[in-house]
Design a protein around this ligand. Structure first.
Ligand code: KIV
Ligand code: ZN
Length: 508
């Protein structure tokens, strides 16, 4: 069976989409999880874009052990040099350089003639090759480019040393049959194509990104670029989990496989939801809330008789645990450790101690603790920031005939800060009290609240997006009390803004 390599661009194309930015610590957590998922390539960022991007790529290059680490760069010397500086300490570094090849991009964006674009692409790949062995070249807007020109430029960059040639459907315009023919045409018309790997990179503007990518691998592409949960510019990129599970579930048809540890898919999806603050829709394939739910009586009857009647893959195969009722208030540290490991997390003994304390507190409030609860506790802990404002306690007075009042006490570096505020409802009053302590510099852009599991005592998971200065910061809060979850989420976003915003300023 042929192997398809998975090139993950969640940290570059995914992070580029509005409201999906991540801080350094979150990017490293994501990179570590991508390594557990066993992706072949992690595109860690666009090194020239900002000092923050550069630093995170360099840090990821230092910590990741198995995957290739790539940085994007335009086909200009300064970008390529910076990309190389960022990835050079990786075990397997790659420079990914691109230039647009469609008439519309060359004329209006680059203001260059096709021959100039071809010469620059070839010269820049040659330059990149002088720094790094592994070079990927992307022909931006390839699907709307003149195929004859595309063949020529690909031949030239392979001659100049490109090891991978990427064919992006930058604006999500192509269709599965058309894209199949484009890849087939490249294989038949680029004389030295056997010396490079063919990659594809599809956007989802027409909802065809996954279908187009799968069509391309049938035509001979051997690397697919994608993002977790399909996040990315506009309608997003091809969703990693859908491509991987299509290849896996239909190996009888594709006769291909990937190296992905599919049981890590669900955790990875949850992590991306948490760090970007963007939930997937309930009916999202593979990782949506309802992806494995069988509601109708006929379906349930069929499932009881034989699961194969309505289930083409199991929830366990993507890491959704069927072991629902896991732990209770009498469970010990060892039992928790076993569950944590079974869920695919490796925690230091100190982190496990912290989670254990929270687990015991939760077990006092909640009869049964599900895997999803444990996972939420771990992920909430991962988002904590040192020396930050923490909630000490709060009192809310609210009702439909009175103005809501919140009395909040925060603590930072062992000092207490207290404020009382009124608001339109308890959450508004609480947020205003926080602002009157920290300063009214924050704008709430988005706020969602959802139960982590079923039941009246379920943990509530609040997510907020807060605008502060130049940045948009995601916050995550978790509690059996939804007001407390909301306060925690708001504080988490503000702490990130204060901490990382200051860091960014000091780096510029
Ligand atoms: O969509 C696109 O064309 C890209 C390239 C830079 C690979 O993201
Ligand atoms: Zn893209």
């Amino acid at each position: 069976m042929k192997r398809i390599k998975i090139f993950d661009t969640t940290l570059r194309d995914g992070e580029q989409s509005p409201g999906c930015s991540m801080n350094l610590k979150e990017k490293i957590d994501v990179a570590r999880q991508l390594e557990r998922l066993n992706v072949d390539v992690i595109e860690a960022g666009f090194a020239i874009a900002s000092q923050g991007d550069f630093n995170s790529i360099r840090e990821i290059a230092n910590v990741v052990k198995n995957a290739t680490i790539a940085s994007l760069s335009r086909a200009v010397p300064k970008d390529i040099q910076t990309a190389y500086e960022a990835v050079k300490n990786a075990k397997k570094p790659r420079i990914h350089t691109f230039i647009a090849t469609s008439d519309i991009h060359m004329t209006y964006k680059l203001k260059m003639k096709p021959e100039e674009v071809l010469a620059q692409a070839s010269a820049m790949v040659k330059y990149a090759k002088s720094l790094c062995e592994d070079i990927e070249f992307s022909a931006e807007d390839a699907s709307r480019s003149n195929p004859e020109f595309l063949y020529r430029i690909l031949e030239a960059v392979i001659k100049a040393g490109a090891t991978v040639v990427n064919i992006p459907d930058t604006v999500g315009y192509t269709t599965p049959d058309e894209f199949y023919n484009l890849i087939k045409g490249i294989r038949e018309n680029v004389s030295n194509i056997h010396r490079a790997e063919i990659s594809v990179h599809c956007h989802n503007d027409l909802g065809l990104a996954v279908a187009n990518s799968l069509s391309a691998i049938r035509a001979g592409a051997s690397q697919v670029e994608c993002t977790v949960n399909g996040i990315g510019e506009r309608a997003g990129n091809a969703a990693l989990e859908e491509i991987v599970m299509a290849i896996d579930t239909r190996k009888d048809f594709y006769q291909m496989h990937t190296n992905i540890d599919t049981q890590q898919i669900f955790h990875t999806s949850r992590l991306i939801t948490k760090v970007t603050g963007n939930r997937v829709q309930n009916n999202k394939a593979i990782v949506g809330e309802n992806a494995f739910a069988h509601e109708s009586g006929i379906h349930q009857h069929g499932m009881l008789a034989n699961k194969g009647t309505y289930e083409i893959m199991t929830p366990e195969s993507v890491g959704i645990s069927k072991n629902n009722l896991v732990l209770g208030k009498h469970s010990g540290r060892h039992a928790l450790l076993e569950r944590v490991n079974a869920l695919g997390y490796q925690l230091s003994p100190e982190k496990l101690d912290e989670i254990f304390i929270e687990f015991k507190q939760l077990a006092d409030k909640k009869k049964v603790i599900y895997d999803r609860d444990i996972e939420a506790l771990i992920q909430e802990k991962a988002g904590e920031i040192e020396n930050a404002y923490k909630l000490s306690h709060f009192v809310i007075n609210s009702g439909n005939t009175i103005t809501s009042t919140a009395n909040i006490m925060l603590v930072k570096n062992e000092e207490n800060y207290e404020a009382v505020s009124h608001g339109h409802g308890p959450v508004d009053a609480a947020f205003k009290a926080i602002e009157s302590i920290i300063g009214n510099r924050f704008e709430l852009e988005d706020y969602t609240l959802k139960a982590v599991t079923e039941g009246e005592d379920a943990l509530g998971e609040a997510m907020v997006k807060v605008k502060f200065g130049e940045g948009l910061w995601n916050g995550y809060g978790l509690s059996t009390d939804v007001i407390e979850a909301s306060i925690q989420a708001y504080l988490n976003a503000i702490n990130k803004g204060l901490h990382f915003g200051e860091l960014i300023k000091s780096q510029v």
